[in-house]
Design a protein around this ligand. Structure first.
Ligand code: AGP
Length: 614
């Protein structure tokens, strides 16, 4: 969950590293730190509790200078957020520094062992043992690489690590063990970078190499050499990242979340681009390896994901069952692997993950793989773990998503699921050409419809001004828009800290109706579809108990205006695509309410963008 950056080259290492950390602050923001080898060959460390701005202030008062350095922004797991628990952590001599993402599961045993050998610890973290272990192994070798390898082989758990030492000031050692998040090496001209995430170094290079589990690399200013943790040499593929640095910058928007919501007409277009042959009425998905025979052999599908991506999966159930006529089950990554799921080689398991590094989703994929299932992933981050381990892959094409609250990745996943459902339906012979034409025509209209929904910001600001002081919200939806209600509630909770619940509208009378009074705003998604009348009747039930109704309704629906207190109109859209349009008002409502409340929209408390711990 933490962010890591390393640099070696001609530039100021501190500047490159701190700027990289700035772009990674969405990963963790409890504390931050940087270490640089100075002109005298010694390591200077600066660490500060709180956000990166505090570290920058410290660096202004107490600068560090050098051409090789590492840095870290932290999401605390062991030890409370404080300057002394912030990374980088040093050994006893101050000659070895480490930044780390993950949890050293056996750190108490290692710490006791090292303390009996005379090592003195200065923090409460698990990470510090790594620096001391490297120091210990340096007693038996004159190679930082070898000492690090031995140290890493002692660690239990999953890790992304960078080690730097003043004893070998021309190199960084980077390593990855398990699924604690990525370790990316960026290739420059006479300079090299290491980072936990691509955006940290994207302004410097698009040539990147991704370490797999139990791989390490010695990085010097002129290149890198990769090996396994057993010391076997590796040939690594260099990937060219298609994202551009401008799309990873906030520009004139106040928050990344705002930018990412307003980017959705573009991101939906990019997700569709090149994937539909409108002449043949076919979907083209290059990353899907299955032929008709394979697709017909699948007898069930399981979608695994977490958080917002899991809600995208719940919508996927409607798409795959309807369009590919395959039974679908949806499960949270964190639950799937602990219930001995009934899957086998005829099961298709779809993992949805923006980051591609969510540890619970990766573990679910591993479980599916072990049981012989076929794996496909829908992933946003290029080169991430989930994109590498599946048999089939569809990139979201949403571009970098930096705001902790996921928005454009959600709508992009819905479009990808729709494409995959049409593709599987075609392969399985259950979609006629006429039906495909209709489905793909609907898809072609989507970017324009999304653009229209984004035109009404004044309406949301007004609603936010009316409702930002409320402490509870209820979100109701039915059918394919029930998961949208869940997503709307999640958005509000995570960025504004207002309690919100999403509920299937028909279930309201079985309990939540007891909550309704004049203080309870109810957001009801009541589009013109086959459950419209049912939704209107729920709206009436809320109104007759004094509740306040904000309806998301189809453009031109005058009837709903006679029932609801406030109406947000969205353009008419085919049922199976309606969540892409109906979720946007809920994203905007949550956003403007959070802004009104003065909340830290891009970095909500206790959250992190990629959840790489269990
Ligand atoms: C969304 O707003 C959340 N921040 C969170 O639920 C997120 O969707 C979840 O952690 C899954 O992330 P992933 O898509 O990167 O796997």
């Amino acid at each position: 969950m933490c962010g890591i950056v390393g640099y070696i080259g001609d530039k100021s290492a501190c500047e490159v590293v701190v700027e990289g950390l700035h772009r990674l602050e969405y990963r963790g923001y409890d504390s931050a730190g940087v270490a640089v080898i100075n002109g005298g060959g010694r390591i200077d460390v600066r660490r500060e509790v709180g956000k990166l701005a505090r570290l920058r202030e410290l660096l202004e008062k107490s600068p560090v200078d050098g051409h090789i350095g590492i840095g870290h922004t932290r999401w605390a797991t062991h030890g409370r957020p404080s300057a002394y628990n912030a990374h980088p952590h040093t050994d006893c001599s101050g000659e070895i520094v480490v930044v780390h993402n993950g949890i050293v599961e056996n750190f108490l045993d290692l710490r006791r062992e090292l303390e009996t050998k005379g090592h003195v610890f200065r923090s409460e973290t698990d990470t510090e043992v790594i620096a001391h272990l490297v120091e210990e192994y340096m007693k038996g070798t004159d190679s930082l690489e070898e000492a690090t390898r031995q140290a890493l082989n002692r660690l239990q758990g999953a890790h992304g690590i960078v080690v730097m030492s003043s004893r070998e000031p021309d190199r960084l050692i980077a390593a990855r063990i398990g699924n604690a998040g990525g370790v990316t090496i960026g290739l420059g001209d006479g300079e090299m970078f290491v980072a936990s995430d691509i955006p940290a170094i994207l302004e410097h290079t698009r040539q990147m190499v991704f370490l797999e589990s139990r791989e390490m690399a010695v990085v010097t200013r002129n290149g890198f050499r990769a090996t396994t943790l057993d010391g076997d040499p590796l040939e690594k593929e260099v990937h060219t990242i298609p994202w551009d640095p401008v799309s990873a910058a906030k520009g004139t928007y106040r928050h990344f979340m705002e930018k990412e919501i307003y980017e959705q007409a573009r991101s939906v277009t990019d997700t569709i681009r090149g994937r539909v042959d409108f002449q043949k009425d076919e979907v083209i998905l290059d990353g899907i390896p299955w032929a008709a025979e394979d697709a017909r052999a699948f007898n069930r599908m399981v979608i695994v994901a977490c958080g917002t991506s899991a809600y995208a999966g719940q919508i996927g159930k409607f798409l795959f069952e309807n369009l590919a006529r395959i039974p679908v089950e949806v499960d949270y990554g964190s639950e799937f692997r602990y219930r001995d799921p009934l899957i086998d080689k005829r099961s298709l398991v779809l993992a949805i993950t923006q980051s591609g590094e969510t540890v619970d989703t990766l573990a679910a994929m591993e479980e599916a793989r072990n049981k012989g299932a076929r794996l496909v992933s829908i992933v946003n981050v290029v080169g991430s773990q989930a994109s590498r381990v599946a048999d089939g892959l569809i990139y979201m094409q949403a571009g970098p998503e930096i705001g902790v609250a996921s928005t454009k990745a959600f709508t992009a996943s819905l479009v990808d699921e729709y494409l995959l459902a049409v593709h599987l339906g075609t392969l399985r012979g259950v979609l006629s050409r006429g039906r495909r034409r209709e489905l793909l025509h609907g898809l072609s209209l989507l970017p324009n419809l999304v653009g229209k929904v984004l035109e009404q910001s004044a309406l949301y600001e007004d609603l936010a001004a009316r409702f930002y002081r409320h402490s509870n919200f209820l979100y109701l939806g039915r059918g394919i828009n029930y998961p949208v209600a869940l997503e709307g509630a999640l958005k509000l909770k995570e960025i504004s800290y207002i309690h919100a619940e999403g509920y299937p509208a028909g279930e309201m009378k079985h309990g939540p109706i007891a909550l309704i009074d004049e203080n309870m705003p109810v957001v009801a998604i009541a589009l013109h579809d086959h459950v419209y009348e049912k939704m209107v009747s729920q709206v009436e039930q809320v109104k007759s108990r004094g509740g306040i109704v904000i309806a998301v309704a189809t453009e031109g629906d005058d009837f709903i205006r006679t029932k609801a207190d406030y109406v947000i109109e969205v353009p008419e859209v085919p049922y199976l695509l309606s969540p892409v349009v109906s979720v946007i008002p809920l994203q905007l409502l949550a956003y403007y309410i959070a802004v009104r409340r003065g909340a830290d929209v891009d970095q909500p408390r206790n959250l992190a963008k990629s959840v790489t711990v269990e």
